[in-house]
Ligand binder design. Structure first.
Ligand code: PA5
Length: 469
């Protein structure tokens, strides 16, 4: 069992490092600790009252068991595993895969422990069309995991209907049973009805667990397990982090500190929260975080009904790539951002840099050193440059990247989100603003019952030539 840890390093937000105008003083930290202690207490109480079942996923034994049962049934029989889902039904799958499997996983059979993995979280005809051209001749070696809690999400429903028609046409009436696994609500919803009637294999999206908090449930665990990720370690990492993030001794609780610092800076004119991994493997975790943060914390109403219009804006960047794209803005633009770097102490493998050409002796400083040293040096260099301009920075330090640390990270940010939501006094777990767009899509696509809304949308749908240049 891995002992590797994930820690939060926050010295570089202190007034000691970046001065009083932008840094947090001891006195401010004491006030924040009090607010955070109360928020942790409320979050812990909500858990005890059964209001946040995602908190107990690391300990659930039924879900991993059902996932492993499906995984072993299909193991070795398919070369392609295709996830159809969107938002919380896709981002966690992508993040875990990028984090824990090699970059060339899909292309190099020698680097692959299971089938190739594809996740479709869009309805782009060019993208899916190209994929269908490639996959159709090998449909018999392909299995689809359609994931939707509600089953009414237009994107996932459309993808499923396309695949269903192709499977039935090419492989016959039994194809769905063999080639589709549905992950959905245990008892209700459109996909549950379809799955039950067609006799599909199913896995459960747990009751009360919203999409963006569901990666440690069968939603995220099946694609992980199929592709060789040790899901026991993933869950063990989350459980290990739980011990730390439930602590009411907030100065020892990384989620409480993380939440308090984010909340503090939002209220102090820094509403933008940049997550910048210095590791390609971690890059999709910032996509996953972006949804978690934005859908959970962007709210009009406080729980007491007051209009608050809050929500820090999550931004993803990648080191070192975005040093050559964003850092000019980050250093010299408005000081309205909090930076969270993700840094890996020890990479599983390294690559040594070759000698400098004789014609370029000025590149000799790189010769014989390693890419990991360069990557981590660039992280420190960027942080130093940002601190020089009084920009607050935190770092999530990974001892290494493995299933145990990825589980820790996921749980750390889920609980950070819950605590931050408490500090903002909002409902972290709903997403009412996403609904209108979903309903407008129904109206535009001619769904029955949405005629009145279609009429209201008509002026937006029409291009007014007077304004077209
Ligand atoms: O986090 C959420 O709740 C959303 O992002 C959903 O996951 C997303 O809208 C997909 O919903 P469903 O799983 O019902 O298709």
């Amino acid at each position: 069992m891995s002992q590797a840890k994930v820690n939060l390093y926050y010295k570089n937000v202190t007034a000691e490092v970046i001065g009083k105008e932008h840094g947090i003083t001891q006195q401010q930290f004491s006030q924040l600790a009090q607010a955070a202690a109360s928020a942790v207490d409320k979050v812990n109480r909500a858990r005890e009252e059964g209001k946040t079942p995602y908190r107990d996923l690391p300990y659930n034994t039924d879900y991993p068991k059902s996932v492993k049962a499906v995984a072993s049934e299909i193991e070795g029989r398919f070369e392609n595993f295709v996830v159809l889902g969107i938002g919380g039904s896709a981002l966690g799958n992508i993040a875990v895969q990028t984090a824990l499997n090699p970059y060339m996983y899909n292309l190099d059979p020698a680097q692959r422990k299971g089938p190739r993995l594809f996740v479709f979280d869009n309805v782009d005809p060019m993208q899916l069309g190209s994929f269908l051209d490639w996959i159709e001749p090998q449909l018999d070696k392909t299995i689809f995991n359609v994931i939707s809690k509600s089953g009414r999400t237009a994107e996932t429903a459309a993808q499923f209907q396309i695949i269903r028609a192709i499977l039935l046409e090419k492989l016959g009436s039994d194809a769905l049973k063999k080639h589709v696994v549905a992950t959905t609500d245990a008892n209700q919803g459109t996909l549950r009805t379809i799955a039950d009637q067609a006799g599909l294999r199913t896995l459960v999206v747990p009751d009360g667990v919203g999409g963006r908090f569901s990666v440690l449930s069968p939603v995220g665990l099946l694609s992980a397990a199929i592709c060789g990720v040790d899901i026991n370690q993933l869950l063990a990492g989350a459980a290990a982090m739980d011990e730390r993030v439930k602590s009411t001794d907030v100065m020892k609780n990384p989620a409480a500190i993380n939440a308090a610092i984010n909340w503090h800076y939002y209220n102090r004119g820094k509403p933008i929260s940049v997550m910048m991994p210095y590791s390609y493997a971690l890059k999709d975790l910032s996509d996953w975080y972006r949804q978690l943060w934005a859908e959970s914390l962007g709210k009009t109403n406080a729980v007491d009904g007051a209009k608050v219009f809050v929500g820090p804006t999550p931004v993803k960047a990648l080191g070192t790539t975005d040093q050559h794209s964003q850092v000019q803005l980050y250093r010299e633009g408005p000081n309205d951002k909090l930076f969270t770097f993700l840094q890996v102490k020890e990479f599983e493998r390294d690559v040594t840099i070759g000698p400098a050409p004789e014609t370029a002796p000025e590149l000799g400083y790189l010769a014989g050193t390693t890419m990991s040293k360069l990557l981590n040096s660039e992280k420190i260099a960027t942080e130093y440059a940002l601190l020089h301009d009084k920009r607050p920075c935190m770092t999530v330090l990974f001892d290494k990247i493995d299933a145990f640390t990825i589980g820790q990270f996921i749980y750390l940010f889920e609980v950070t989100t819950s605590i931050t939501g408490r500090l903002f006094n909002i409902n972290t777990y709903d997403q009412p603003a996403v609904e209108l767009g979903k309903e407008a899509t129904f109206a535009l696509m001619g769904r029955e019952g949405y005629e009145e809304l279609a009429g209201k949308i008509a002026p937006v749908a029409k291009i007014d030539p007077e304004f077209l240049v």
